[in-house]
Design a protein around this ligand. Structure first.
Ligand code: VGL
Ligand code: ZN
Length: 238
C-alpha cells in the first residue's frame, strides 16, 4: 500500500464541526465496502492492492476492539444488479477503466462486474455479530454510488438517518477504497455535519494518483486523517 507522507498527525483541532473538538460519547464506526470482490485475499474481480489476508485480519481485529469499546459499527456494502451502469459489460464494446458519458451528462467510470447482489463476491468480510447495521448502496441499475450516504442520482441511503437518530456526531471511517467509496463517504459525511476521522492504514487504494488527490480532498474538507487507530485517542471520544 502506498501512502502519502503526512508529517503530522492531524489532531482534533482540524475537525469539521467548527468547535475545534470532537464530541464525547457520540462516535460510530463506518467500515466501507469490506467485500470479497474488492480483495486480493479472495481473488476479487476488482481486487485492490493491499487487501491481502493480513489487511483483512487487522481490519477485523480493529473493528472488534472498537465494538468492544462500545462504539456502534456500520458497514457499507456495494450491492449492484447484474446490469449495473458502472459495469463495462453493460456497455457494448467498452472495457473496464474506460470512462463514458451518460445521456444525462454524468460521466461514469466503468468497472469489471463486481459485488453483484447475492453473489459470493458481494459478501461482507466482517463478522455480522460486530455490526449494528449494513447499508447497501448502488442497487439502482442507473446510478453508481461510491458514497454510503447517497447515490449519483441523489437518492439517500438510511445511513444519515440511522446515525442521527442515535445521536452520532463523530465517525471513524476506513475500508476500501481510498479513492472512491471511502472518499465520497467521507466528503458526504462531513457535508451531513459529522466530524470524520479516516484511518489511513486500514484504507487501501485503487491507484496512487487518484488516492493522493482523495487524501488531499478529504483533508481540505476537514477530515482528520489518522495514520492508524490509536485506541487511547478513541477512548478520549468515549
Ligand atoms: C468501489 C469502484 C466501484 C469502492 C466500488 O468500493 O471504492 N470502487 N465500486
Ligand atoms: Zn461498485
Amino acid at each position: 500500500m502506498k501512502h502519502l507522507n503526512f508529517t503530522t498527525l492531524i489532531g482534533l483541532a482540524g475537525l469539521a464541526d467548527g468547535s475545534g473538538a470532537l464530541v464525547r460519547g457520540n462516535t460510530a464506526v463506518v467500515v466501507v465496502d469490506l467485500q470479497k470482490d474488492f480483495t486480493k485475499a479472495y481473488n476479487g474481480s476488482l481486487a485492490v492492492n493491499g487487501t491481502d489476508e493480513a489487511y483483512l485480519k487487522v481490519a477485523a481485529e480493529t473493528t472488534k476492539k472498537l465494538k468492544e469499546l462500545g462504539l456502534p459499527v456500520y458497514a457499507t456494502q456495494d450491492w449492484h444488479p447484474a446490469d449495473h451502469v458502472s459495469f463495462a459489460s453493460s456497455h457494448m464494446g467498452k472495457n473496464p477503466l474506460e470512462t463514458i458519458d451518460l445521456e444525462d451528462g454524468r460521466t461514469q467510470i466503468l468497472w469489471p462486474d463486481h459485488c453483484v447482489q447475492g453473489s459470493d463476491g458481494a459478501m461482507l468480510l466482517l463478522d455480522e455479530k460486530l455490526l449494528d447495521g449494513v447499508v447497501r448502496k448502488g442497487a439502482n441499475p442507473s446510478y453508481d454510488s461510491y458514497s454510503g450516504f447517497k447515490d449519483d442520482g441523489g437518492a439517500v441511503t438510511v445511513l444519515d438517518k440511522t446515525l442521527k437518530s442515535s445521536g452520532i456526531k463523530n465517525l471513524i471511517v476506513y475500508g476500501i477504497a481510498t479513492d472512491f467509496c471511502v472518499k465520497f463517504t467521507v466528503l458526504d459525511g462531513i457535508d451531513a455535519g459529522y466530524n470524520v476521522i479516516v484511518v489511513r492504514d486500514l484504507t487501501p487504494e485503487i491507484a496512487p494518483d487518484t488516492a493522493a488527490a482523495a487524501w488531499t480532498d478529504m483533508e481540505k474538507k476537514g477530515a482528520a486523517i489518522w495514520p492508524n487507530i490509536d485506541m487511547s485517542e478513541v477512548k478520549n471520544l468515549l
